[in-house]
Design a protein around this ligand. Structure first.
Ligand SMILES: [Zn+2]
Length: 266
């Protein structure tokens, strides 16, 4: 693939094929609770223990999951493209574990394995695709910096607290109603400013968020391909130059083979 600049955008549909439930539909419910209502600053303020329990289970589920063929295909495409960026709405580490380097990926909704302070900038890093040290429990921060901290109430006894300012720590994800992380937005803007892309591939996302559609449209080279991979119609479908109505784990390996083959020298 020569002079290729590629943009890929993924959403929950890609992780769903690895067994990570989406927020939508009955499968996404947890203890009869709607995740869309748990993933909010209000829910955390009301009941941090409940919200942490949910994230704890989600982290464990992700640890037990494996990247699927879609993750593998995207990592392969990245290897063959001259320039490549993945924007993923997924907070899991499955793209990284499939071999996609962190510098070629923006997790625009955060990283579930990061544990960050609610007040200051202190955070424990995510897994970054590497195995965790033994004994790193779901709630235990993963660097050794934790001091002995007395919880302020019995109820918060299991909750991580910031070693710098002693307030509660939270999962490093973007909750409903929150701003997208500025440094990650900056990386998206830089990539989009650096030139247009062909192809732009949008896979496994219902494209509910307007910025996802905006980035895909801005990224596209005139005359370039705008591919949607999704079993169902979405608000993005009307803009796509090619619709692939299949699950990402089936469609992407084939699509990537075609792209990599087409651009091979000789
Ligand atoms: Zn702090």
């Amino acid at each position: 693939m020569h002079d290729t600049r590629v943009l890929v955008i993924t959403g929950a549909g890609v992780s769903a094929e690895s067994g990570i439930p989406t927020f939508r539909g009955k499968d996404g419910y947890w203890r009869n609770l709607d995740p869309a209502k748990l993933a909010t600053p209000e829910a955390f303020a009301r009941d941090p223990k409940l919200v942490w329990e949910w994230y704890r289970e989600r982290r464990q589920r992700i640890r037990n999951a494996q990247p699927n063929a879609a993750h593998g295909a995207i990592a392969k495409l990245a290897q063959h493209a001259d320039e490549f960026l993945l924007i993923t709405q997924n907070v899991d580490d499955l793209h990284a574990r499939a071999g996609l380097p962190m510098e070629k990926m923006v997790q625009i909704h955060g990283d579930i394995f990061v544990t960050g302070c609610c007040r200051c900038d202190f955070s424990y890093p995510g897994r970054g695709g590497s195995p965790e040290p033994p004994g790193a429990g779901a709630l235990q921060p993963e660097s050794g910096r934790l001091r002995s901290i007395a919880p302020t109430s019995e109820k918060d006894v299991d909750l991580p607290r910031c070693p710098e300012c002693d307030v509660l720590m939270r999962p490093g994800v973007v909750w409903f109603g929150e701003q997208l992380p500025l440094d990650e937005l900056q990386r998206v803007e830089e990539y989009l400013d650096g030139g247009t892309c062909d192809p732009v591939i949008v896979a496994g996302t219902t494209a509910t968020f307007g910025y996802i559609i905006d980035w895909a449209l801005r990224g596209r080279r005139v005359g370039g391909e705008l591919v949607e991979v999704n079993p169902e119609e979405t608000p993005f479908s009307q803009f796509a130059t090619r619709l692939v109505r299949e699950p990402a784990a089936i469609a992407l390996p084939r699509l990537v083979e075609t792209l990599v083959g087409r651009h091979s020298p000789g």
